[in-house]
Design a protein around this ligand. Sequence first.
Ligand SMILES: NC(=O)c1ccc[n+]([C@@H]2O[C@H](COP(=O)([O-])OP(=O)(O)OC[C@H]3O[C@@H](n4cnc5c(N)ncnc54)[C@H](O)[C@@H]3O)[C@@H](O)[C@H]2O)c1
Length: 331
Amino acid sequence: MSGRADPAAPPVFEKRVLVTGGAGFIASHVVVSLVKNYPNYLIINLDKLDYCASLKNLETVSGKENYKFIQGDICEPDFIKQLFETEKIDIVLHFAAQTHVDLSFWHALEFTYVNVYGTNVLVAAAHEANVEKFVYVSTDEVYGGSTEEEFDESSPKRPTNPYASSKAAAECFVQSYWERYQLSSHGAVMFTDHISIQKNCIHGSGLQRRNFLYATDVVEAFLTVLKEGKPGEIYNIGTNFEMSIAQLAKELIHLIKKTSSESEMEHWMDYVKDRPTNDLRYPMSSEKMHNLGWRPKVPWKEGITKTIPGAVGRAGPAQPKGLGDGSRAQG
Ligand SMILES: NC(=O)c1ccc[n+]([C@@H]2O[C@H](COP(=O)([O-])OP(=O)(O)OC[C@H]3O[C@@H](n4cnc5c(N)ncnc54)[C@H](O)[C@@H]3O)[C@@H](O)[C@H]2O)c1
């Protein structure tokens, strides 16, 4: 034996990380960052490639040795069990979900199936496979809306739509694995809205206020939770910066159509019937994340200016069946 590494031998990775829903908006940014910054880790992207998925964001890493894409469904227990056995997963970052809030009112059972049953399938397989860490990605919507009261991680869950209810229920399943088996779950992580630029379609008055974080800040938050987070804990990832949906639409029209004329802006805004429930605000404290050393770095103006050129003219994800207004409102 010469003692030299065999160049034909498959690479040995320090950790094997499973990211579910990695072809979705948020997780695709997380996958790209992990692949680029952790060459010693194998990043496995498991995604069903549902209507909202796109492999476009992943093109920069698709040929990398430490990246692997697997098309599959978290709701198939045998497949998931086998995946944990063959891939020898150490860490799970669970993003996969049905996320379209509007659709959840009409397809609540499907949301329960994917978000609750699918999460239970995944966390059970992770427990059996003895994984090191399981991070479940939840949503600020589990707290329900509030005008004044600021939510923190101990606030009660009061979801007001089927999407948020399914995310809250799934969170409970993950937490119960921590309580029962001490599965090192980093509880739930919530973060705030992203912008999907397709059509300026406003639900109801447009006075609902939302918080916006730039994608790289969200990615850094997840990396911070992975490195610094304590098992069994919940971390709120958010920002104090908030804006009404109508104001957001105007900012986008101003940037894209290069106009400041109120009447021209109104022309590009399409007011549609509101959802059955639409929370006014989600004020949330992220102090626990700040104590881990994370804070958002990209100010709104800079983030939106960077987002617009890439988003305009780019084919967005496909529209879900059952929605005719061209909007993609998510939680
Ligand atoms: N986008 C936001 O503003 C926001 C805010 C708070 C929380 N979240 C949470 O973050 C996560 C990601 O959100 P997003 O907006 O990027 O979602 P997204 O809809 O863009 O992506 C979801 C991904 O999950 C995949 N998927 C769906 N069902 C699956 C299944 N059964 N098996 C495997 N893959 C499946 C889809 O194909 C898609 O690629 C979700 O858990 C969501 O609840 C998002």
